[in-house]
Structures are given as structure tokens and as C-alpha cells.
Design a protein around this ligand. Structure first.
Ligand SMILES: *Cc1c(COP(=O)(O)O)cnc(C)c1O
Length: 385
């Protein structure tokens, strides 16, 4: 990867073209005008290389895309209005009626819905497999398999896949690999270099990082990006607006600091929780007893700030009392922002497949608060259990 400081502070920013302003320009426009018919005609030849209309190429969005492609070590990047818009565009781009997709079980809930409810209506078949064993992918491959969809780790129990091994297998069968890399974020080891064809992020999480933008990122080769641009990106039109792209450029400036701060605090909080008598277990890839330890170092050399605790009580009233007593952890979905959050499994709807998870799991994300403050808060709330 290029020097991260260079990517975050310089790459894609042509300051001489906009008054040498230090901050990136916010080009809040829907359309772009041409001097002559000839110029207009010229630009129309390649909508991906020219600014005509903001559903296509907008200069603010383009600065963001160049930085994200560099972070992911891919040739190109497209940014969408949400993580789900990016995931949907990526998957839809690779299949037609009669094709088959292999996906890990326990992927993000709406990704499940995309395959099982949405694409299935259009005749696309799917198989969910336990991704912890690479041979499960091998056994699920059929002659019409076009996509293997990964999420390593996933964001509740942090189950991982052996990415290089799965990519090797996929390449042998001309199957495209797609990964949702939201948990590991763009500063972990590059999954594109491990062989993944399309790398996705919910940018609503670490990349934007301030709980004020919903967006999605798709990083891939020039060839696949061009194909998706002229089809799913332009036709489904789930693009990001210039203001949200501008906010994300600003967010990227502090990405390494935010990751470091939250991860360090998470270590401190885990050190406290792991010896607490009311904590039965902690699901976290960076603990020595993590069952897939051997995959962690090569994928995520640095720890992350989200983990799940298993409480030593299955009494939902007590679990609720613990959650409701926390003063610094907000009860909210999502993660990756400035604020510490908890997400208890007892909130899942009864028809959600994840409602079969034990009720005593609470996912925790550690934000920018002082670790000591968070530990004190947990200490008083655990007394309610
Ligand atoms: C949040 C999330 C998504 C969906 O992203 P949105 O930006 O909310 O559309 C997808 N995958 C994972 C792992 C997520 O956490």
C-alpha cells in the first residue's frame, strides 16, 4: 500500500485547481455544463471518465473513490448510498437467472435477505455454508455457481474464513469472490491482495466513523468497476451525494487515529471484563482462546474495537436491567462511530434467524470515551445482573 498519510492527506486532491484550498471541494451540483456541442459530445463518449451528471461522476465523490481504492489496493472504487446498495450492486452484477451463489451462514441480515428473498425471486439459487471450513465451499460448488460471498469476520460472533484458500478454490472454478470487510475496515491487510475480486464496506461504520452518514464502498479491478458503473451503478442509481462524500473525505483524515484509540480502549475494557465473574465468555478474534486464531494475524494484524460478551445469566429481566443501567453505552445499532454502543441479542424480532442466538449475548462497540469511564460504568451495571 502507498504511505497511508499520503493517501489520506494528498491523493486525489488537485488543490491548484480549486484556489489551493486545503480542504477538498464540495461540488454540490447535479449537472455539469459544456461550452460547445463538440465538448458535450466528447464527454458523452465515456460517462465514467467525465463529469456530466452527478449520478455518474462527481469530482468530490471521485476524490473519495481514489483514496479508498488506494487503501484497498484495488484499481478502482465506487461509492454508494449505503452498504447495502454496494452489496446489492456487487452481487447482482455477477449473476443472472439460473445462476447459483454460495454465501456464508450468519452474514449480515440484509445480505441474507438479498439472496434468500430478493434474488431468489429472479431465479438465482443460493446455498449458505459454515465458512469456517474451506471444504464446505468446495462441497457446495455446482456447475452454475458464479459467486462465493464472504464476510470475514462477521459482526456478531466474528466467525472467519480462510480468505486465500477460498479465493484459490474459487479461481480454479472461475467463480467470483466478494467480501464484506466492514469489521476489519480498510486499514487491515488487504483482502484484494489475498485474491478477493470485489471488496465491500459499510462505510456507515469505521470509514465515516461519526454516526452521521450512511454509505457503502465497492473496491475492485478497473474491468469489474467499469462493468458495474454502466449497469448497476447507473441503472439502480444508489449513489452517494456530494455532501456525504465530502464528510467521508474529512472522516478519512482521522481513520488511523480513530481505529487506534477505539482499539486501545477496547483492549482495556476486555482486560477488565475477561476476569469478571458475571462474564461467561467473550467473542473477540484477538483473545488467545479465539478458535480461529491462526487466521487472525494474516488478516487483521491490529485489534478492533467491537466484541460480544456472553453474560452469566439467561434471565432476560436481569439482562435488560444490565443494559438499561449503562450510562455511557448507547442502546443503538451500528458501530464504528465516536460513541460506545451495545446491541443485545434479545432485541431481535422473533422471525429473524438470529433470534435463535442465545439471549445472553451483548455485542459491544467501544467509542472515544475514556476507558476508565467505560469500565466504571460496566462495573455498576454488572452489579444489576
Ligand atoms: C451495517 C452493515 C452492513 C450494511 O451497511 P449499511 O451502510 O447499513 O447499508 C453490511 N454489512 C455489515 C457487516 C454491516 O455491519
Amino acid at each position: 500500500m502507498d504511505d497511508i498519510s499520503y493517501i489520506l492527506n494528498q491523493l486525489g486532491e488537485e488543490r491548484e485547481n480549486y484556489f489551493n484550498a486545503v480542504s477538498a471541494p464540495l461540488i454540490q451540483t447535479s449537472n455539469f455544463a459544456f461550452k460547445t456541442v463538440e465538448d458535450y459530445q466528447q464527454a458523452m463518449q465515456s460517462e465514467k471518465d467525465n463529469s456530466l451528471y452527478t449520478r455518474g461522476i462527481n469530482p468530490t465523490v471521485k476524490i473519495l473513490c481514489r483514496k479508498l481504492a488506494a487503501l484497498e489496493e484495488t484499481e478502482d472504487c465506487l461509492v454508494f448510498a449505503s452498504g447495502m446498495a454496494a452489496i446489492s450492486a456487487a452481487v447482482i452484477s455477477q449473476v443472472k437467472s439460473g445462476d447459483h451463489i454460495i454465501c456464508i451462514e450468519n452474514a449480515y441480515g440484509w445480505t441474507n435477505a438479498l439472496l434468500a428473498d430478493f434474488l431468489n425471486r429472479f431465479g438465482v439459487e443460493f446455498t449458505f455454508v459454515d465458512g469456517k471450513k474451506t471444504e464446505n465451499f468446495r462441497n457446495a460448488i455446482k456447475s452454475n455457481t458464479k459467486v462465493i460471498y464472504l464476510e470475514s469476520p462477521n459482526s456478531l460472533l466474528f466467525e472467519m474464513q480462510d480468505i486465500p484458500a477460498v479465493c484459490k478454490l474459487a479461481k480454479e472454478h472461475q467463480i467470483v469472490t466478494i467480501i464484506d470487510n466492514s469489521y476489519a475496515g480498510p486499514l487491515s491487510n488487504s483482502t484484494s491482495q489475498m485474491g478477493v475480486d470485489i471488496v465491500l464496506h459499510s462505510a456507515s461504520k469505521y470509514i465515516n466513523g461519526h454516526s452521521d452518514v450512511v454509505a457503502g464502498v465497492l473496491c475492485t479491478s478497473r474491468k469489474i468497476a467499469e462493468q458495474i458503473f454502466y449497469h448497476e451503478y447507473m441503472t439502480l442509481g444508489g449513489i452517494i451525494g456530494p455532501l456525504d462524500a465530502w464528510l467521508m473525505i474529512r472522516s478519512l483524515r482521522t481513520l488511523p487515529m480513530r481505529m487506534e484509540r477505539t482499539s486501545n480502549s477496547a483492549q482495556r475494557v476486555i482486560d477488565y471484563l475477561k476476569t469478571h465473574p458475571k462474564i461467561k465468555q467473550i467473542h473477540y478474534p484477538f483473545l488467545p482462546d479465539f478458535p480461529q486464531k491462526h487466521l487472525v494475524a494474516s488478516h487483521m494484524p491490529k485489534p478492533m474495537a467491537m466484541f460480544s460478551i456472553v453474560l452469566d445469566s439467561e434471565d432476560v429481566t436481569k439482562i435488560k436491567a444490565f443494559c438499561n443501567s449503562l450510562n455511557y453505552f448507547l442502546l443503538a445499532p451500528s458501530w464504528g462511530g465516536h460513541e460506545s454502543l451495545i446491541f443485545p441479542t434479545c432485541v431481535f424480532k422473533s422471525d429473524d434467524s438470529r433470534s435463535s442466538l442465545p439471549v445472553n449475548i451483548v455485542r459491544m462497540y467501544i467509542g472515544f470515551e475514556e476507558a476508565d469511564t467505560l469500565i466504571a460504568d460496566l462495573k455498576q451495571a454488572l452489579n444489576k445482573l
